[in-house]
Design a protein around this ligand. Structure first.
Ligand code: AMP
Length: 111
């Protein structure tokens, strides 16, 4: 089933894209929870971390590198990277994504 993020990858719906390459895409969250709230996604339609295959290990590393690259672009020193794995953990879009949150104090533990 096609998710909203697949539609963004396919350029069927617009997004505020801040980084793009042949494997990944980063765009601003439509409901930002911090001054910087960017989602980093693979072009490959993987549902969540738990569904990644062994062959996807390098891809996950790449997503983290993209997150760090976007954080540099945004001039963030301190930030949080989160991926919600499954509905019970808060996942609402079933295409793997890493949240990059920064620009404010971030409490711990998260809710
Ligand atoms: P999660 O709840 O971890 O699955 O995160 C999904 C995120 O996608 C939420 O923070 C939503 O605000 C965000 N989101 C949903 N639709 C869009 C969209 N069209 N463009 C940008 N972000 C979106």
């Amino acid at each position: 089933m096609s998710t909203i993020f697949q539609k963004i990858i396919d350029k069927e719906i617009p997004a505020d894209i801040v980084y793009e390459d042949e494997r990944a895409l980063a765009f601003r969250d439509i409901q930002p929870q911090a001054p910087t709230h960017v989602l980093i996604i693979p072009r490959k339609p993987i549902v969540k971390v738990a569904d990644m295959g062994k062959e996807d290990r390098e891809l996950l590393g790449h997503l983290l590198w993209v997150a760090a690259e976007v954080a540099r672009q945004e001039e963030l020193e301190d930030y949080r990277l989160v991926t919600n794995n499954g509905e019970g953990a808060g996942q609402s879009v079933f295409h793997l994504h890493v949240h990059l949150l920064g620009g404010r104090e971030l409490g711990w533990p998260p809710g």
